[in-house]
Design a protein around this ligand. Structure first.
Ligand code: ADP
Ligand code: ASP
Ligand code: MG
Length: 436
């Protein structure tokens, strides 16, 4: 059971989480995020330190500290539990304050980001103790790891986690941190923003759990982005493939990579609402029969690169050479379209854009379009469902389309537009492709 930032962000919510996790009859592993706002605050502290603005860093540390000083007093009532919480806060805020005195580097930045999940799990564990609920706090840094490509090491995670669990044969409740891990150098690292979902799926796969429950602040995956579009509704069932596409292409409710571990071990994923536990939510599993457009998501921060070359005409090996450039710079490609004389691809990691463009110029003329958004239309067999594509295209008549990717998979149609049209595209598709 994974609980996100809002689900643990207030003392009364932590009490609600306690009720939810103790209601289960099966052994339960609970993954917690940092309290809402904490990771953003920690990012801010890191930025101030990186800019050598110690005054601002100190201000930010103090402001976060006072938030926690209020939080624990509302959360815990007994003197013993409060003393314990005071020690926890002292340890973590002393650590942050020491950083004001030493020189800053990237490893320290990652250490800072770890504090949020360490604090939330330790405070929650103290609450359980105060309430007489027996549980074991498992440090994620002892079993969660990523390799030199920042990929989680599922095999090793599984071995280490099972070994840890076997040390507590009579225990049924375990608490651990989402998001944080160790990297291949043994340093503290993380699974990128929103990474607690990824932890949950990895942990569920690692122990072959019966289910992976992701508890958040909304009643499941909606058919469009509820932050942008007024009228959206939860989707009862999604296949792993559909959910993976939606997560990858911007549905913020799930971390982009969070589906594959559960899918690999066929662990069903449920998206549930901590604020409304009776709501049905979304069930994500292997086989889903319902066809047609199920949901729309959008991912911005996309750059399109077009490579045009007459040498491509009737040539073989051309695409391989182009892809090798992206491989050399470890830059994943999201969308691809080709004609006989040109290839367009999109990327969202711009760290090596200049070098990539320079290399690609060896093959022909290169054009770069920044600030694009991928609009992703997802549904079981959507590409084969009669009328789906025309409904999508009709909805977008007023919007210039830069690329269309269709047929790569049966459950996805992706459309690239300038990011300034993202909201308009999501709204128009909402009216055009769903029957309300
Ligand atoms: P948590 O802190 O629990 O991880 P997040 O804020 O990361 O929660 O994710 C939940 C939020 O995702 C929702 O409040 C909602 O605004 C947003 N969201 C974006 N797209 C969707 C979607 N398609 N369905 C549901 N929620 C979505
Ligand atoms: N606390 C981390 C973040 O805000 C991880 C998570 O919440 O999933 O990104
Ligand atoms: Mg999240």
């Amino acid at each position: 059971m994974k609980f996100g930032g809002t689900s643990v962000g207030r003392p009364e919510r932590m009490h609600q989480v306690k009720d939810l996790i103790t209601g289960s009859t099966e052994p339960t592993l609970v993954v917690l995020s940092a309290l809402s706002g904490t990771t953003n605050a920690l990012v801010g502290i890191g930025e101030a330190l990186a800019a050598a603005d110690k005054v601002l860093a100190k201000e930010r540390i103090d402001s976060l500290h006072s938030h926690y000083l209020k939080f624990y007093l509302e959360l815990l009532k007994s003197p013993a539990a409060r003393t314990k919480a005071e020690e926890i806060l002292k340890e973590h805020f002393e650590f942050l304050n020491i950083l004001l005195k030493i020189s800053f580097n990237e490893a320290i930045q990652r250490d800072i980001l770890t504090q949020g999940e360490l604090l939330s799990t330790k405070l929650f564990h103290t609450l359980l103790e105060e309430l007489g609920v027996s549980s074991v706090l498992l440090p994620a840094l002892d079993f969660m790891s990523i390799d030199e490509n920042s990929e989680p090491e599922l095999g090793k995670i599984s071995e280490r986690l099972k070994a840890q669990l076997s040390q507590h044969p009579n225990q049924h409740l375990f608490i651990t941190q989402g998001y944080i891990c160790k990297n291949h150098r043994g340093e503290v690292d993380n699974l990128k923003r929103g990474g607690s979902d990824y932890t949950a799926s990895l942990v569920a796969a690692a122990v072959q759990a019966s289910v992976c429950e992701i508890w958040t602040d909304i009643d499941g995956m909606h058919n469009n982005d509820p932050r942008v579009v007024d009228r959206t509704r939860p989707i009862a069932e999604l296949s792993f493939d559909e959910a993976a596409e939606l997560a990858y292409f911007g549905a913020k409710i799930l971390h982009p990579a969070s589906i594959w571990p559960a899918q690999l071990h066929n662990v069903p994923v449920r998206l549930l609402n901590t604020m409304d536990p009776a709501a049905v939510g979304t069930l994500i599993k292997a086989d889903v029969v319902e066809t047609g457009v199920k949901a729309i998501a959008a991912k911005d921060g996309i750059t399109a690169i077009n490579i045009k070359s007459s040498r491509m005409l009737l040539a073989y090996g051309f695409l391989r050479r182009i892809f090798e450039v992206f491989e050399a710079f470890k830059t994943p490609i999201d969308m691809i379209t080709t004609s006989e004389v040109a290839v367009s691809v999109t990327i969202d990691d711009l760290s090596h854009l200049d070098q990539i463009v320079e290399e690609l110029r060896r093959f022909g003329t290169v054009e770069v379009d920044p600030n694009q958004a991928i609009i992703c239309v997802v549904g079981n067999q959507v590409a084969e469902t009669k009328g789906s594509i025309s409904a999508v295209m009709d909805s977008l008549v007023d919007i210039p389309i830069r690329m269309v990717s269709f047929g790569g998979s049966k459950h996805n149609v992706s459309i690239l537009v300038d990011a300034k049209y993202k909201v308009q595209a999501l709204k128009s598709l909402n009216e055009g492709v769903f029957s309300w």
